[in-house]
Structures are given as structure tokens and as C-alpha cells.
Design a protein around this ligand. Structure first.
Ligand SMILES: *[C@@H]1O[C@H](CO)[C@@H](O)[C@H](O)[C@H]1NC(C)=O
Ligand SMILES: *[C@@H]1O[C@H](CO)[C@@H](O)[C@H](O)[C@H]1NC(C)=O
Ligand SMILES: *[C@@H]1O[C@H](CO)[C@@H](O)[C@H](O)[C@H]1NC(C)=O
Ligand SMILES: *[C@@H]1O[C@H](CO)[C@@H](O)[C@H](O)[C@H]1NC(C)=O
Ligand SMILES: *[C@@H]1O[C@H](CO)[C@@H](O)[C@H](O)[C@H]1NC(C)=O
Ligand SMILES: *[C@@H]1O[C@H](CO)[C@@H](O)[C@H](O)[C@H]1NC(C)=O
Ligand SMILES: *[C@@H]1O[C@H](CO)[C@@H](O)[C@H](O)[C@H]1NC(C)=O
Ligand SMILES: *[C@@H]1O[C@H](CO)[C@@H](O)[C@H](O)[C@H]1NC(C)=O
Length: 275
């Protein structure tokens, strides 16, 4: 009897609580597939219910990290969105030990990365008729997202930096699209230096930017550094997923409303002309 009750209880808990569990964290969400695009691979998961795609830019540990892929799988599943993660390092990653300077010098090349991102965006437009692309980057990837929202701002409607590294007031002062910035407790503070730099360079964009710091988490906690055996880490990741979804909804709806407003304005103007 107790056994039956506990089975029912477990079943109820499982069906109510969709959050990730330490034992099955790697199996909770449907996985994607690796697709070759140009001369690199892309991890691709999910299907968009609303003409929106997300490009994830990984941290220096690269393409094969389960925690980073599970972030993609979960976002794709819970937000009903197509998520793609290009292998910008082309099969390499930061060497586990020793001096990373030489490896870093080879991959940390914005000219090359911006071409790759344009190719991924082209591929999304052509193969999936996506018309809106957002970016999410972890650590090193967070800085690439800042650069893409500055220098490739016509391709992307927003970006999210999750424990982004080497963010500077100069880099963020170039932003042309709003961003959500998430930091761990041991990352450099986002406020006031980063937020002030955006306010001073672009008031309109700064009003749509958001900042959130997870004080009890360490750098890397959502991607390669995620520890799914640690309940606090799991809870923080749950909250990051929710925060990202809410932010994307907000920015997506603002630009949706804007285009509807423009449509009404145009209709009004046209009807005035023809009266
Ligand atoms: C996405 O938007 C584009 C351009 O507005 C459109 O051509 C395409 O059919 C849309 N795709 C879906 C799946 O709604
Ligand atoms: C990831 O796995 C693929 C295939 O298993 C391999 O070719 C690639 O080198 C790996 N990448 C890294 C960074 O280890
Ligand atoms: C790493 O290598 C670079 C280039 O070879 C060198 O300039 C630098 O001093 C090295 N750093 C460390 C910490 O050894
Ligand atoms: C960066 O990449 C571009 C394009 O691939 C290449 O032409 C350039 O030499 C690279 N720069 C460095 C410093 O490696
Ligand atoms: C954007 O690209 C232009 C032209 O390549 C360059 O002059 C500028 O410094 C770049 N800006 C950023 C933020 O990378
Ligand atoms: C913020 O700027 C101040 C003044 O320039 C500087 O002392 C401080 O180190 C900066 N903080 C961060 C987190 O970069
Ligand atoms: C992950 O968290 C668990 C529980 O807090 C801890 O025992 C384990 O040492 C952590 N693993 C790593 C690699 O930090
Ligand atoms: C944004 O729009 C979607 C549907 O397009 C809706 O489900 C969602 O609740 C809206 N979010 C906000 C914050 O208004």
C-alpha cells in the first residue's frame, strides 16, 4: 500500500515538476543533431513555433560539453524555439592544462567569428525561413554576443550574455540592440560600470537592457561549469532559463508591437491621403 502511494506520489511530483533532476539532467529534454554548415558543424535542436531562432555561442570548452548542450535542449523544449550552436572552434577547445595563449590567439578573431555568424544567420533564413534571430553567449561567447549586437546588429534583434567574460565599458558602449546581462557572484560587477556605459552611449537601448547577478554562484555555472549534483546550482539554472525566456518574450513583443504600430500609422497616413 505504502509502495503504491509512493509510486503515485512520485508520479504526481514528476508530472507537476518539470524541473531538471540531478540523476536524469542529461536525459530530460529531447536532444538535437549535428549538421554541417559551410566548413563547420552546428548543433541544432527544436523547432520554432513563432518564427524565431536562437544562436548559442559556447564558452572556451567548446562544442561537446553536455551542460552547454542541455541548456540548448531545454530552451528549445520549454520555449518552443529552434536553437543552434555553431562550432566556431572547428573541433578544438581550450587545452585543459597549460598555456592557452596560442590557442586563444587562433580562435579569438572577430573578423572570422562575424563571418561565421553571418553564415549561420543566412542558413537559418534560407533553410528554416526564420525572420528573427537572437543570441545567447556563455563566458567568452558573452563577449562575442556583445560584439554581434554592435557590429552585426542588422542580423540580430537581441542578445543575452551569461557570465560573459572580458566585458568592458568600451565594448558595451557600441551596442545597437538591447541585451540581458547575467553574472555570477565572482564575475566583475555589471553595475554601475557596464550599465552606465550603455546609458551614456544609447539611452533608448539602455532602457531595454536588464541585469541579474547570482551572488552565490561561480563563473561558468550555467555552461561548462554547471554542476547538476548541486541543488543550488540546479535551482539557479532553472531561474536563468526562466529569466531568459521572460526577457526574450519582452523584447520580442516590444518589436512586434512596434511593427503593428507602424502598420497602423501607415494605414492611417494612406487613408488620410486618399480621403
Ligand atoms: C517567417 O517569416 C517570414 C518572413 O516574414 C515568412 O516568409 C515565413 O513564412 C515565416 N515562417 C513561419 C514558419 O511562420
Ligand atoms: C567533439 O566531438 C567530435 C566528434 O565526436 C570531435 O570530432 C571533436 O574534435 C570534439 N571536439 C572537441 C572540442 O573535443
Ligand atoms: C603563454 O605563452 C605566450 C606565448 O607563447 C607567452 O607570451 C606567455 O608569457 C605565456 N604565459 C604563461 C603564463 O606562461
Ligand atoms: C582573422 O581572420 C581573418 C579571416 O579569416 C584572417 O584574414 C586574419 O588573418 C585573421 N587574423 C588573425 C590575427 O589571425
Ligand atoms: C565593427 O566593424 C567595423 C568595420 O570592420 C570596425 O571599424 C569597428 O571597430 C567594429 N566595431 C566593433 C564594436 O567591433
Ligand atoms: C568600475 O570603474 C571604477 C572606476 O573606473 C573602477 O575602479 C572599478 O574597478 C570598475 N569596476 C569593475 C567591476 O570593473
Ligand atoms: C558538485 O556538487 C556536489 C554537491 O554539492 C559536490 O559534492 C561535488 O563535489 C561537486 N562537483 C564538482 C566538480 O564541483
Ligand atoms: C509575448 O507574446 C507571447 C505570444 O506572442 C505571449 O505568450 C507572451 O505572454 C507575451 N509576453 C509578454 C511579456 O507580454
Amino acid at each position: 500500500m505504502m509502495k503504491l502511494l509512493s509510486i503515485i506520489l512520485i508520479f504526481t511530483l514528476v508530472s507537476i515538476d518539470q524541473t531538471i533532476n540531478a540523476l536524469s539532467w542529461d536525459e530530460t529534454y529531447p536532444k538535437g543533431q549535428v549538421i554541417p554548415v559551410n566548413d563547420f558543424n552546428v548543433y541544432s535542436v527544436g523547432k520554432s513555433a513563432r518564427n524565431l531562432s536562437i544562436i548559442v555561442i559556447y564558452d572556451i570548452y567548446g562544442f561537446n560539453i553536455s551542460q552547454t548542450r542541455v541548456f540548448c535542449d531545454r530552451l528549445a523544449s520549454e520555449y518552443s524555439v529552434h536553437v543552434v550552436m555553431p562550432d566556431l572552434f572547428r573541433g578544438t577547445a581550450a587545452p585543459a592544462t597549460g598555456n592557452r595563449t596560442v590557442w586563444m590567439a587562433g580562435v579569438n578573431n572577430w573578423t572570422k567569428i562575424s563571418t561565421d555568424l553571418q553564415n549561420v544567420a543566412d542558413w537559418l533564413h534560407k533553410s528554416f525561413s526564420t525572420n528573427k534571430i537572437g543570441l545567447i553567449g556563455f563566458c567568452w561567447g558573452g563577449l562575442q554576443v556583445v560584439r554581434a549586437c554592435s557590429n552585426l546588429s542588422s542580423l540580430f534583434f537581441t542578445g543575452v550574455s551569461i557570465h560573459g567574460s572580458s566585458l568592458t565599458p568600451f565594448e558595451v558602449s557600441q551596442l545597437q540592440k538591447p541585451m540581458l546581462f547575467i553574472a555570477a557572484g565572482n564575475d566583475p560587477a555589471l553595475q554601475p560600470n557596464i550599465s552606465n556605459a550603455i546609458e551614456q552611449s544609447n539611452t533608448k537601448i539602455s532602457q531595454q537592457c536588464e541585469y541579474k547577478t547570482y551572488s552565490d554562484m561561480r563563473h561558468g555555472f550555467v555552461a561548462a561549469g554547471a554542476n547538476y549534483s548541486n541543488p543550488d546550482n540546479v535551482r539557479a539554472i532553472d531561474d536563468v532559463q526562466l529569466t531568459v525566456r521572460n526577457y526574450l518574450d519582452k523584447i520580442n513583443n516590444i518589436s512586434l508591437r512596434l511593427s503593428i504600430d507602424l502598420y497602423f500609422l501607415l494605414t492611417l497616413l494612406l487613408s488620410l491621403i486618399f480621403i
